[in-house]
Design a protein around this ligand. Structure first.
Ligand code: PDD
Length: 284
């Protein structure tokens, strides 16, 4: 049975309903998080909660909930194991359609979870490189807020699918920002480059972890502007996210990146991330 959490209660997913006047439904007036659980334990849970609180503060939604307790219980009620938790907080049900809102609205909290593959359990040899297209970043200028207003992301991902590609990398004012639901890294002569943290990208939890692991293991990295030519002439390109870990991008706009194969710097980072995750989850 699929158990979800809605408005203070755990229930079977078929029982969960929200009002059509909920501002999340009407306006996308809501924020969200996606948190991976491995072996029933939240991975970088406090970092995800801190980012959720940043998003809530930024859009002025006040929701006071034991986020960790809620997500832990949801995963347990769904049998534990490897899960990705989706947590959404809307500004609430306003009873009629009005752009303006009453600050006293009660936020709607919804959470569900779905099985996820443990990226750390897959040998590096078995990871398959993905393909991407580069397209215009149509999003607003507060991409640091994890808003559910994902129409631009959805449209460009579909554009990628129309080109038989797996992901779309986004270009704004001549520089790459990130993917539709992932951060971006390129490697040139052994150095890792990633776009600077700004309100044009989401501060990815995996991105921070990758940079921390690079630092701790003597791998050089720089946060810089990356233009189209530097992307296309890179030795390696990767993307990162909580559910996918680090994934090599071996073709962009139908051209191979570097050798067209997974690169050695990616392989090192993949191993470091897998080991870190394994140690944290098992204490080994
Ligand atoms: N997406 N950039 C964007 C636009 C994202 O939506 C995500 C995550 C990331 C990576 O962040 P993190 O490492 O914290 O997962 C970057 C989630 C997985 C999603 O929307 O499903």
């Amino acid at each position: 049975m699929n158990i979800v959490y809605l408005k203070g209660q755990f229930m079977a997913s078929e029982k969960a309903t929200v009002s059509p006047f909920d501002r999340g439904f009407l306006f996308g007036d809501s924020v969200y998080e996606v948190v991976p659980y491995f072996r029933g334990i939240g991975f970088r849970l406090q970092e995800h909660i801190a980012r959720l609180e940043h998003s809530l503060r930024a859009v002025r939604i006040q929701a006071d909930t034991d986020w960790a307790g809620l997500m832990d219980e949801l995963v347990q009620r769904n049998g534990g194991g490897n899960m990705s938790v989706y947590l959404q907080v809307t500004r609430g049900d306003c009873g009629s359609r009005s752009h303006s809102y009453d600050a006293s609205l009660r936020p709607t909290v919804f959470a569900c979870c779905a099985p996820v593959r443990n990226f750390a359990a897959v040998p590096a040899e078995d990871v398959v490189g993905i393909s991407a297209i580069v397209t215009a970043d149509l999003r607003w200028h507060r991409c640091d807020i994890k808003s559910t207003g994902l129409l631009p992301n959805i449209l460009v991902l579909q554009q990628a699918r129309d080109h038989r590609a797996d992901e779309a990398l986004l270009l704004r004012d001549g520089v790459l920002t990130e993917g539709t639901s992932c951060n971006l890294f390129v490697v040139r002569q052994g150095v890792i480059y990633t776009p600077k943290r700004s309100s044009d990208i989401l501060g990815g939890i995996t991105r921070e972890l990758v940079l921390g692991l690079a630092d701790a293991n003597g791998m050089q990295y720089q946060e810089v502007d990356i233009d189209y030519d530097s992307l296309m002439s890179a030795d390696e390109v990767w993307i990162s996210s909580s559910t996918r870990g680090v994934v090599p991008v071996t073709r962009v706009d139908h051209s191979p990146i570097g050798s067209g194969n997974k690169g050695p710097v990616w392989a090192r980072m993949f191993e470091l991330l897998a080991r870190y995750q394994q140690q944290l989850m098992t204490g080994e």
